[in-house]
Design a protein around this ligand. Structure first.
Ligand code: NDP
Length: 479
């Protein structure tokens, strides 16, 4: 596949940063080798006194993996991007230099703010609308603000510079393929939508358990915690795709309208001792590796009382979902890595007399990255045909050929904001979690403890991880 992007120059502010080297450049590399970034010039900027050669070396090293796997044309394209790349030393918070740089580049330019959030905000505030050339796209990383009010103020700053559909608020968690897998499952299958409501669904859990601990990111994480880091942004987005009303099209307007409507109907209700839980890991072992007590990790201030595991119960007050708990949970240093949504159906209203065994409610599990589907159904068990047993139908779904940040960049470069978080949604996600953050800061909800490598504090988890499946289907074939 080859294509010309609508953006001519990708300007990365924060060229020396972790995000740029570890995620952005490798994501871009696959776009380049697949011919989807033809004609793009890469420009780096930062406060470091780097030479052009040092920036090019960084690009080459981040491109190395993709280059190894690429054919000759792909290798040549990657080398071309690195050879043409330029670097500019700029203090983006000073009045003038960023606007000057922006004006000197071939447009349209996409400006990627790979900077600490407060620096990104300040950089945007230094820009005057008259200094931002038409067609410029602004790419903002998470966290977008730190409250509904600060997100609103940042939205106003950005809105003065470029139109809303030129602002990309990045949520890299759900790639395009995953979002479309959820939407395809829900809206291209007639048997599901009629039961996708409070009449048939008892609860929905959205779980992102990491086995990783801090991995040297205490400076960021100890100020954020699991609720801000994962639930406020990513898990609320997944919840929205699982719960939205059927859109007329999957174009950005219809889809983002549906997401915004759903989130406006969502809240976490007090008392927060009933609707939320928080926990912090103690010393333990994950995957054979010793993990220290969170409070003793380098760079952690235990007085901040930062949670490493958070669980909240969201209520969606609309006709479809009233009364169905949406449980969102995410945490670090857990024994089993999980990234899935679990939809639990009500039990049957009447099990015909004569059946023995357990009638376990049907569960549908949607796994994210790799994308999978598992459906638990009750069937006759082995041996006694009157005895019920559970079988699991298992499907492996197609994955994208791009890395998550490749999908983010593809949206930016082609001018498709489908996967970007819209202004109202960014504010609403803060509005939903703010009362909880306040209650936790006031110590209203106790901090539970769990050993690193365990499944979390005693009694927390409703649905255990999936068991090995008994029947499987891979997309396009059945076995
Ligand atoms: P880093 O601290 O690693 O990098 C920040 C970059 O900003 C550095 O290149 C730094 O350059 C530059 N910078 C800081 N101040 C200025 C300034 N005044 N003018 C110009 N450049 C400046 O941060 P990350 O890369 O980790 O994160 C960047 C953003 O991405 C954050 O918003 C973060 O929340 C988000 N993010 C990060 C992820 C990750 O895994 N790293 C994942 C998801 C989101 P210098 O060192 O020269 O000052």
């Amino acid at each position: 596949m080859t294509s010309q992007t609508s953006v001519k120059t990708l300007l990365i502010l924060g060229a020396s940063g972790d995000l740029t080297g570890r995620l952005l450049l490798p994501g871009l590399a696959r776009l380049v080798t697949s011919g989807r970034a033809n004609g793009l010039t890469l420009v780096g900027a930062g406060s470091d006194d780097w030479t052009r050669g040092k920036w090019q070396d960084r690009i080459r090293s981040s491109f190395a993996d993709a280059s190894e796997k690429a054919d000759d044309a792909g290798k040549k394209a990657l080398a071309g991007v690195a050879d043409a790349a330029t670097y500019h030393q700029v203090d983006v918070t000073a009045d003038g230099p960023l606007a000057e740089l922006l004006g000197s580049l071939e447009g349209p330019v996409a400006v990627y703010f790979a900077l600490p959030p407060h620096i990104s905000q300040k950089a945007c505030e230094t820009l005057d609308p008259s200094e931002v050339p038409a067609g410029t796209r602004l790419v903002m990383e998470k966290p977008f603000g730190s409250s509904a009010a600060s997100a609103h103020s940042l939205n106003e700053t950005l809105a003065a510079l470029v139109p809303e559909d030129h602002i990309h608020r990045v949520d890299h968690f759900l790639g395009k393929a995953t979002v479309l897998n959820i939407l395809g499952l829900r809206f291209a299958n007639n048997f599901l939508e009629p039961v996708w409501n409070r009449e048939h669904i008892a609860r929905v859990e959205i779980i992102f358990d990491e086995d990783l601990a801090l991995e040297g990111r205490s400076r960021y994480y100890d100020n954020a915690g699991a609720l801000r880091d994962m639930i406020q942004s990513h898990l609320l987005q997944i919840m929205a795709f699982v719960a939205i009303e059927p859109p007329a099209t999957i174009g950005e307007r219809d889809l983002r309208d549906a997401v915004a409507t759903l989130l406006r109907a969502s809240s976490i209700k007090a008392p927060f001792t009933a609707s939320t839980r928080r926990g912090r890991y103690t010393a333990g072992t994950v995957g054979g590796k010793d993990v220290p007590d969170y409070a003793h990790e380098d760079g952690v201030d235990p007085a901040r009382n930062t949670e490493t595991l958070a669980e909240v119960q969201v209520e969606i007050c609309n006709w479809r979902w009233k009364g169905v708990p949406f449980i969102l949970r995410s945490g670090k240093a857990l024994g089993t890595k999980r990234k899935e949504a679990i939809i639990t159906f009500h039990p049957v209203p009447h099990l015909p007399g004569g059946f023995a065994g357990v009638d376990s409610p049907n569960q549908l599990r949607i796994g994210f990255g790799p994308d999978t589907l598992q459906l638990d159904v009750d069937v006759n068990g082995p041996g006694d045909i009157f005895s019920l047993d559970k079988a699991t139908l298992n499907a492996q779904l197609h994955a994208s050929d791009l890395l998550p940040y490749g999908e983010v960049l593809e949206g930016v470069l082609t001018g498709d904001p489908l996967l970007s978080v819209r202004n109202d949604t960014a504010e609403d996600c803060w509005r939903i979690v703010e009362p909880v953050l306040k209650a936790w800061a006031a110590g209203e909800v106790p901090m539970d403890e769990y050993q690193a490598g365990s499944a979390g504090p005693e009694g927390w988890l409703s649905s255990p991880p999936a068991k090995p499946s008994t029947a499987s289907v891979t997309q396009g074939s059945a076995s």
